[in-house]
Structures are given as C-alpha cells and as structure tokens.
Design a protein around this ligand. Structure first.
Ligand SMILES: Cc1cc2nc3c(=O)[nH]c(=O)nc-3n(C[C@H](O)[C@H](O)[C@H](O)COP(=O)(O)O)c2cc1C
Length: 212
C-alpha cells in the first residue's frame, strides 16, 4: 500500500455511514499501532480509551459541540486520555519495568524519589505536566490517524468536545486521567460532502525549510 496515496485518500470525515462496521481485526491493529507510538522518556503518559457501546457514544455525542453527528454516525470512538499528574508510583513502576527488561541499570530505591523529583522539576505545575502529556498524546493521535489511513479506515480527529463531560461519562477522573483528543472512525458516508473537497495544504515551498 502506498503511504502518500493513502494520506491523500484520507480526510477528516464529517459524516459516517452508520451501517458499515470496521472489522475487529482492524481495530486490534489500530490499538497495537497506537500502543507502539513513541513518547518522551517512553513514559506514555496517557491511556487509549475505545468506545463502541452505542448508548455511551450517544451520550458523548451530546457533549461534542459541532461534532455530534460525526460521533452518532461513527462506528466507534477513540479517546486519548492523559494522566493529570505523574505520581511517584507510576514513575517507579515505569523505571522498574525498564530495569527488569535490562533497558537501564538497576537504581537504588532512594534514587527513584530523587529521579522523580528531578523529572517533575522540569514540569513543576499540574498545568506544565499536562501540556507535556498532551504533546505525547497527540503523537499517538498521529500514529492512530496514519494507521487508519493505511488500513483504509475513515476517521475524524477532534478537539471539539467538552472535556469535563467526557471525563465524567468515561469515569476518567477517578483514575487521575483527563481526555485530551478524540478520533471517530468508521466508513465515510456517500452523503458526506467532505470527500469531494480539494485537500488544501500550504505549498511545499512555504512549508519545507531545507539545508542541503
Ligand atoms: C487535533 C485536531 C483536532 C481537530 N478537531 C476537529 C473537530 O473538532 N471537528 C472537525 O470537524 N474536524 C476537526 N479536525 C479536522 C481538521 O479540521 C482537518 O484535519 C484539517 O482541516 C485538514 O483536513 P483533512 O484532515 O481533511 O486533510 C481536527 C484535526 C486535528 C488534527
């Protein structure tokens, strides 16, 4: 499959064909691809939430501003939810996994607290941490979007939703998570005018700065 051809083929779908289902195999591939997305320090400060339950999709659609019809017609919805804060526990679990896999040398227990403090010193407020975590989540979104294009699955990435309502509906707050960005997937509707629109990107010479 040709990468550029698929990236030309994809567009942000505005209306899905509600009668078409995405195969379970493709969904599992998308999950696995997103799971492989890189993140700073390999910390993956987010979770991937997959919503396929129609009742829950309808509730979320009601809190999705101009995106209501997209979500109601989609086959499903991915929500990237970031950690609100990086606890010492989560940090320690991550470092211990890296040690167990031989990726980094063993670290004395007391050193973990110091390393956590050192890491957090660069992101002192909850806001700083979340800004950093959002960047990591968006990288995963990019992987998910490209994965959809490569598998011929239609999608619409979205920022237009009410974070607090999503967090409540999905029970995210109790897991110290908050929704970052979402992606609806499915099959484009024949009635979606978006598919006949010209794809616009700034001309390459205004985009690429090359030092050859
Ligand atoms: C992070 C992000 C958030 C977006 N939010 C929305 C949204 O809330 N609603 C919507 O209809 N499109 C949304 N879009 C789609 C963009 O408008 C679209 O990707 C852009 O105009 C380029 O067009 P194309 O994806 O069709 O090539 C979003 C895209 C990205 C990457």
């Amino acid at each position: 499959m040709d990468l550029l051809q698929q990236l030309q083929w994809r567009y942000a779908v505005k209306l899905f064909d509600g009668n078409r289902r995405t195969s379970d195999e493709d969904i599992e591939t998308l999950v696995a691809a997103t799971h492989l997305a890189p993140s700073a320090a390999g910390l993956q400060p987010y979770k991937l939430v997959l919503v396929q339950n129609r009742e829950l999709l309808a509730k979320l659609a009601d809190h999705s501003m101009m995106n209501k019809d997209k979500i109601n017609s989609a086959d499903g919805l991915f929500v990237l939810a970031i950690y609100r804060q990086l606890s010492l526990d989560t940090f320690t679990r991550h470092v211990n996994q890296m040690i167990a896999l031989g990726l980094i040398p063993p670290v004395p227990e007391a050193e973990l607290t110091i390393r956590h403090q050192r890491f957090m010193a660069r992101l002192p407020t909850e806001q700083d941490f979340q800004t950093w975590a959002h960047k990591q989540a968006y990288l995963a979104l990019g992987t998910l979007l490209t994965g959809c294009a490569m598998l011929g699955i239609d999608a619409c990435p979205m920022e237009g939703f009410e974070t607090a309502s999503y967090d409540e509906q999905l029970g995210l707050a109790e897991h110290s998570l908050t929704s970052s960005v979402i992606l609806a997937y499915g099959t484009r509707s024949a009635a979606d005018p978006g598919q006949s629109k010209t794809k616009y990107r700034r001309p390459l010479e205004q985009f690429l700065v090359r030092f050859a």
